[in-house]
Design a protein around this ligand. Sequence first.
Ligand code: NAP
Ligand code: MG
Length: 453
Amino acid sequence: MTTANVVNPATEQVVATIEATTEAQTDAAIERAHRAAVRWREVAPGDRARLLRRFADVVDANLEQLAQLEVANSGHTIGNARWEAGNVRDVLHYCAGIPERLLGSQIPVAGGVNITFQEPLGVVGIIVPWNFPMPIAAWGFGPALAAGNTVVLKPAELTPMTAIRLGELALEAGLPEGVFQVLPGKGTVVGQRFVTHPAVRKVVFTGSTEVGKQIMVGCAQQVKRVTLELGGKSANIVFADADLERAAATAPYGVFDNAGQDCCARSRILVQRSVFDRFMELLEPAVRGVRVGDPADETTEMGPLISAAHRERVAAFVEPSTKVAFTGERPDGPGFWYPPTVVLPGAPTDRVLTEEVFGPVVAVVSFEDEADALRIANATEYGLSGSIWTNDVGRALRVSRGVEAGNLSVNSHSSVRYWTPFGGFKQSGLGRELGPDAALAFTETKNVFIATT
Ligand code: NAP
Ligand code: MG
């Protein structure tokens, strides 16, 4: 038996010791899920909906406990953690509307009729990263369960606490045994088994592009369905005609929220040359003013990074030769702290402009005109998110259409809402989660011809 210590990144104290699921235990859980799938798909849509609603209610009743667990395990600010637990509840309520609305179609043909069914896939394996343990899990398991699948969920090794609790709450809500199982453990053991076990019919993977590619290759062996939500290097594009005060005041939130450990982080700020100096003047106090510290404090805006190793990785992006424009606070004492950092890259090929930092480091560059802005914004293998700041509606739409990314926001940094689709272009992913079509990604379309003559 292997165990792993779960560490509070704000204090470096061990908060729990978790038993890692072995390969044999993973196989047993998958087989349990496979047996449960046979019954779960036959549960009347209204009853499945009711169980998901009850799951949502139980999450709501335990919202504060889930939020506190996330603060202690992940160092998320309490405000963010409450939002995340609330997001799980809301996603479950939204998905409770799915079973009764998962309709097929009827298509008239000569000599009969074709009818289509949206059939559940069976067992779905969900692999989650450490940056948003609760919402990312729910975006997979909500629609998967609603569409009649059973789920095995592997949280990240560093952040298993809230997922384990969600597994208990699902049973408390009355979900039948085997329908939703949480298997903490290693990606190379548990996650890998989701890829290779033939009873797992789909893998939903959120994480790095590097591991995502391996998952896709692995799934290809069985033509296994796969949804990938991967990395990002999103651009925050500020045009001269924008409300510069608002653009500068909100830019820190756009990149430093969750200490920059956000796949949608706007980690490149592109500013039109004519307003570059003014924008930097406005940005400086906003960055210096970000309140970094104890994530349990209600007024804190940014907590620590997830681990010492991750902090080292982030710090390596700011080399001695890097031109740092300014930095924000960094608390003393224990905890994996890194200050909000604004850098001015020397060349377009600088790593800080091309690679995902996944920490509180943002690079600011200037551009000439719309075409230049699009050229820079799209000069990346990623395509997840981005923001456009302008008061010209035509430009807002033109640039939105021109940026190669799945989720954009105009005069805002918020592009993720569970009733709207989420996913990446290019190497940021494959497929979409959430939104009105969320359940379709967890079904196969079956087409049946019935002869009438
Ligand atoms: P990661 O290293 O790719 O790991 C993600 C998950 O995959 C973890 O649960 C990990 O397990 C597991 N895993 C690792 N190797 C595996 C393998 N060979 N087979 C199966 N599973 C394996 O990513 P991370 O460092 O946790 O998270 C950061 C990355 O996630 C960033 O690149 C970020 O952009 C991305 N992300 C994307 C989105 C999106 O929606 N597009 C959202 C959030 C994060 P262990 O815990 O054992 O390592
Ligand atoms: Mg990793």
